[in-house]
Each structure stands twice: as C-alpha cells, then as structure tokens.
Design a protein around this ligand. Sequence first.
Ligand code: TTP
Ligand code: MG
Length: 403
Amino acid sequence: MRTIMHIDADAFFASVEQGFNPQLRNRPVIVGGTENQRGVVHTASYEARSRGVRTGMALVRAKQICPNAVFLKGHYEHYQAISLLLQETYTKYTPIVEFTSLDDAYLDLTGTLHLHPSPEQIARDIQTEVWEKTGVGLSMGIGINKAIANIASDLEKPKGIVNVPAGKEKEFLSPLPVDALPGVGRMAKEKLTDLGIFTVGQLALFSKLLLEQLFGKNGKKLWDLANGNDPREVKQRIIPRQISRETSFEEDTADMAIIKGTLQYLTERLAKKLRQNELVGQTVQVKIRYSDFGNNNRSRSLPYPSNDSGTLFKLAETLFDEIRLRRVRIRHVGVAVTQISPLNWQVSLFNNKNRQESLNSIIDQLREKFGFTTILPAETIELRKKYRMEPSGYVLHNPALTR
Ligand code: TTP
Ligand code: MG
C-alpha cells in the first residue's frame, strides 16, 4: 500500500506577490496584466475570487467586478524562486517528488513514513514552514494513489489538509460530482449528465464496457478513477530553470551559413528535449562567444510559451541578427530557453493544439524510430560540410549541454 501526498499552492502567483509585498496582503490581487490590457487573469488571490474573479477571465471584466483589485503583470523569476524553496522543503521528507507545475507536486511518502508520526503531521509541518518562509498557503491531499491525493487536495482549498485513509476510497469518492475527477471537463460532464450520471458513485456503478464504447480509451480510465484505482507512479521530476544547447566550433568561423545553421540545429535539439519532457519555454536566449573570448548574449520572451523549434528559432534568429556582430570570428554559439513550465499546465489559457503540434509529434515519432537526422530543417544541411552526420545527429565538436 502506498502513501501519496499531493500539494498545490493556493492562488500561487498572487500569494507569492502578497508574500513579497506586505501591502498586498488581505487585498484582492490579480496577476495577468495591468487593468487596461487585453489579456486574461492568470490567477487571482482568494480575496478577488470571493468577488467572482476567475483564472482565464478577461482583465477588463475582472476590473468591472472587482474595481479595487491590484493588477500586476507578475514576476516569473519570483515564482520560480519560491518553487525552488518548495522543492527544497518537500525533498526533506522524501526524495520521490514529482513537480507537475511550479506550484503543484506529488510526494511518495511510502518509504519514509516510519520517520514521522503521521502523514498529516508531515502535511502540517510542510504547510507551516512554507507559510512562515514565503506567505504562500498550501492545500494538501493524502491517499493511496495520485488521483485520490489530487482530488483530496482540491476539496478544502485554501490551506486544507484532507486525508483519505486506505480502504475508504469509495466512501470518499462516491458523493463527489463527476467533474471532481481529474480530466473530466465540461464536455465529458455534459455527456455523463445525459446518461443520468451526476456523482462519482453513480459512475463507479456504470458498465465499464459501455463507458469504453462511449469514451474510447478514456472510458476505461474514467471507470478506474471512479473506482479509486490509479496505478501511476510518482516520477522524480523537477521543472528546470533553463535548458540550453551550445557548441564551440572546431575552428573559429565567420561563415554565416554555418553559424546560423548551427544555431538552428541546436534549437532543433533543444525543442526536442522540451517536447520529450512535456515542457514549454517562454524566453529564448542566444549566446555568442568571439575568438577573443568576448561574449554577447541577447534574450526576449515569446507572447506564449512554446516547444516548437520553428517558433523558437524564429526568435533566436531575430536575436542573433540584432546582436551587432563584431568583425571578429566566432568560436562558440548557444541557445537557451528559460521560463519553463509543463505543457499541460498552460492548456486552459493558451489552447493552441494546432497543425504545428501534430506535425511536431510526427517528427518526434520518426526520429524515435529512424534517428534524429531522418528529418532536419533544410538550412542545417550546410552543416554537412563541417560535421559528420550520424543517425543520432551531427557529431559536433565539443557539444555542451546545460540545464
Ligand atoms: P493553479 O494551481 O491551477 O491555480 P492557483 O494556484 O492560482 O489557485 P488554486 O488555489 O486554485 O490552486 O495554477 C498555479 C499558477 O499557475 C497560478 O497561480 C497561475 C498559473 N497558471 C497559468 O499561468 N495558466 C493557467 O492556465 C493556470 C491554470 C495557472
Ligand atoms: Mg495552485
């Protein structure tokens, strides 16, 4: 029997802002942009939520219903710094911590419980430590698997601790509405309502076979969730601050086709890494080192995070072109992304599952099967003059990977 804890920070971005600036405490705070901007609410403090402000709402609308709110663009570096502190705190209790976004994580406590009085005590200790250090409240759920822990952590927000003792899963789930289950959105809920299914308990008693016919593969998952089963393991995962790909040229060069081709190739590798780990990055940085070891870096953010090599390279190329190149040969180039977040996390706000994404997943599959060089941007073909090509990629002179 496993003991899994799910921890989700309350109104994360807004709580961090309130933690950093005491004048914002107990006031409605909205993060997403200034009040006249066209964007949407990324999150709102609980003071603003009580007036009806929600994630995804237009900022203009939020201003109408909560005129005295403080509107902020947000400070991603602060959220990342606090996330790091959360990481440090959680890993004191178990090494098996899986961050699924900056503010939400699963802890597998199974192997370390004997060191502590109870899982609830661990929850209270973590909650107190994080609150005192950062002013961020945490909601936590404890159960025999990820789904139970996740559902439990959501029930008594903010600052709730909900423990579902082993064996009590069905009792716990049964009265909840179907959309308490992870993955059940508006559409699925409507479909289930049509079938006369309103609660998880009703769903658990429904025919598994029929659910499979109605919902395909997800039908089986849905039935399992409703019956309290979730075999997924907690995978050790933290969200990296930065992922970069860099290389030094064998001999310093001024050949633009080679330099840009290399930059594009590195971006291609970087994007593959992001997609492999189901991450997206919002800020792109280009790094250049000259033969006299002078450096030139330049970075800028995309309007929304991406893991598409074309999108990332377009910005990287612009940055490269903007760096006024000195009349000195180049010895080293690199590209990096920061402001990294998990892919699924942004879906609700930036719903752009499009042709490009489908194309990327086909490219990834082809490369998985036949090697990385099976498909490459035409411009990087220039690199064949310089580098040996193997199925796994160009054999770069002195490649450097950093995280
Ligand atoms: P959530 O944990 O979903 O929301 P929250 O922490 O603001 O509020 P709750 O108390 O309900 O947990 O997301 C964490 C942060 O991620 C949130 O503060 C803002 C950001 N975010 C986005 O940028 N885009 C999104 O689509 C969502 C859902 C969150
Ligand atoms: Mg949260």
